[in-house]
Write a protein that binds this ligand. Sequence first.
Ligand SMILES: Cc1cc2nc3c(=O)[nH]c(=O)nc-3n(C[C@H](O)[C@H](O)[C@H](O)COP(=O)(O)O)c2cc1C
Length: 184
Amino acid sequence: MEKEMVGPIAFVYPIPIVLIGSMVAGKANFAEIGDCALAGINPALVVVSINENHYTTFGIREHRCFSLNFPTTQRLKAVDYCGNHSGKEVDKSTLFEIEPGQNPLCPLIAEFPVNLECEVIHDHQIEHRHLYVAKVTQTHIAKNLISREKGKIHFPDLRMLDPILYGLDNAYYTVGEKIGTSGA
Ligand SMILES: Cc1cc2nc3c(=O)[nH]c(=O)nc-3n(C[C@H](O)[C@H](O)[C@H](O)COP(=O)(O)O)c2cc1C
């Protein structure tokens, strides 16, 4: 395959889209993020990279916690709004049905199928970005999407979660077909 060198681009794809929730000045605020990764299963760790000037950063700095809310494609418009408007200028607390987490400082979007409550354990500042490494302290999954067999939880098919994916072509995508099972 003939390649071209295009310089240093963090071309990691596809990018799952998440709304990060935080409490700022007593209100819930949500920002769209693509820079969110699983950082370990046991202990359950995630890492997010947030611009220091975002309204979100003020909330995380103060409370050392945040929520990660996984949207479905039906709410793409509201999600994109959260990525193009700052809580510094608009009130994003009324866009969704919200409920407090086990930690009331982690606002959860009730209508999204999955929400994580996260506690910051490291804050690495690199230029204008904060890389927050966080422990997942609680996970909320829609009841109708999980089943239990002999005490073991079965997690849903990715297509049922209907996540929003993003590409570096600035476009949003939905997931396609299942093509295999690991270890089979
Ligand atoms: C597709 C998309 C992905 C984004 N990913 C990130 C991200 O990973 N980190 C970040 O700091 N900002 C990201 N942003 C920008 C913020 O969502 C945006 O600046 C938002 O207005 C910040 O909101 P806040 O000021 O209320 O915190 C993204 C925006 C879009 C449209």
